[in-house]
Design a protein around this ligand. Structure first.
Ligand code: NAD
Ligand code: ZN
Length: 355
């Protein structure tokens, strides 16, 4: 299966195939002066040898292994990768391959975006969540004062997605990635939403997984192509993220995965949508599905004031108003500005219902 994404600077293919990690040589040009694979320690143990083997005919292939986890999206890790790239003799004709989840993709992508003013890179996602992060060209590292504050829009030259690698994901990471598929479904594809709601995540087959990921990426590419730099409709992809981001930072990255936080954020956004548009989105269907699949939904010491102030420190806030993506119906998102009082009221309502 292949999709193409057209951007202002290039057009790149997304190849989604089982066991494609053994075939990198078919997708990577022989002309690159050197190839630098960036991966994390978990992914390295599982898949690095396969990728290196498939590139064995290339004379110069280097790799580096970063610690797994969000803390690697740091200025220190970034600087270390730049140092290694220089020491390995990479030049402007070299290629970086980001082999891993969203952390590796965001970090290695940002290294590629800035090394010698920008070199080619390939996204090779190995998590379900990275179906989202590997497409669309957003690359970033974190600042101590906030997530993803240092970054750029810098599209890869290709996305090479081996669905087989998803078999080794722990349950928590499957939940995390699926939340983003549900998000894409809710903003654009009712049928996908209904299909996913039929799925028990600990029994999901490779075939369903590939189908859901393919349809999710298709939605993502649609919004990204229409609005590469997020001036308009790309913002719909932030559905569930207003409260999601606030929860992530409130509970500390690591307690809740990104997708688990977004899942709660989507319930909230649906709840607010129902109140604002007096409609009846299937909040209960989603809640049941999330429960059935062991998403953590009940949170200790949750506090609406703290969450509101977290929401307001997000980089998507405009003139001090929180913007939320709401749904008029499934597949029909709108961006709405809400004042503090209303948000607080909705939050308290939501918290009462959840506990
Ligand atoms: P991650 O990269 O930390 O991966 C999650 C965990 O799974 C890690 O411990 C990793 O080592 C492990 N792992 C990866 N692949 C595996 C495999 N095949 N088998 C077993 N274990 C595996 O996290 P993530 O959830 O993939 O990505 C989260 C990051 O993505 C966040 O930093 C977030 O900001 C970013 N993100 C970026 C965008 C974007 O548009 N650029 C969009 C969404 C999220
Ligand atoms: Zn997200």
């Amino acid at each position: 299966a292949q999709l193409d994404v057209e951007t202002s600077v290039n057009k790149y293919p997304i190849h989604i195939l089982e066991n494609i990690r053994h075939q990198f040589n078919q997708y990577v040009s022989k002309d690159y002066s050197a190839i630098f694979i960036v991966t994390d320690e978990r992914v390295a143990n599982l898949y690095l040898e396969d990728v290196k083997e498939s590139l064995a005919s290339h004379p110069k292939v280097f790799h580096t292994v970063i610690p797994a986890g969000e803390q690697s999206k740091s200025i220190e890790a970034y600087y270390q990768l730049q140092t290694q790239a220089i020491e390995y003799g990479l030049d402007r004709q070299s290629l970086i391959i980001a082999l891993g989840g969203g952390v590796v993709g965001d970090l290695a992508g940002f290294v590629a975006a800035t090394f010698m003013r920008g070199i080619d890179y390939i996204q090779a996602p190995t998590t379900i969540l990275a179906h989202d992060s590997s497409v669309g060209g957003k690359v970033a590292i974190n600042h101590a004062l906030g997530k993803n504050l240092i970054g750029n829009f810098y599209p890869p030259v290709a996305v090479i997605y081996d669905i087989q690698t998803l078999q080794s994901l722990p349950a928590k990471e499957i939940r995390s990635g699926y939340a983003e598929i549900v998000k894409e479904a809710l903003i654009a594809d009712k049928e996908l939403f209904e299909d996913v709601m039929q799925e028990k995540l600990n029994q999901v087959t490779n075939a369903s997984l590939r189908d859901h990921i393919f349809r999710g990426i298709k939605i993502k590419t649609h919004f990204v192509q229409e609005d590469e730099k997020e001036k308009g409709i790309r913002a719909f992809l932030n559905f569930g993220h207003t409260l999601g981001h606030a929860l992530e930072s409130e509970y500390g990255y690591g307690t809740l995965t990104h997708g688990e936080a977004v899942a709660i954020g989507m319930l909230f956004a649906m709840d607010v949508s129902n109140a604002v548009f007096s409609n009846c989105l299937p909040v209960e269907t989603l809640r049941k599905w999330l429960n059935l699949n062991s998403y953590p939904l009940v949170l200790d010491e949750i506090n609406s004031e703290k969450l509101l102030s977290r929401m307001k420190s997000d980089k998507k806030v405009s003139n001090n108003h929180v913007q939320m993506v709401l749904l008029k119906e499934i597949g029909n998102p709108v961006l709405v500005e809400l004042n503090d009082e209303d948000i607080q009221k909705h939050l308290e309502n939501f918290i009462n219902k959840m506990m």
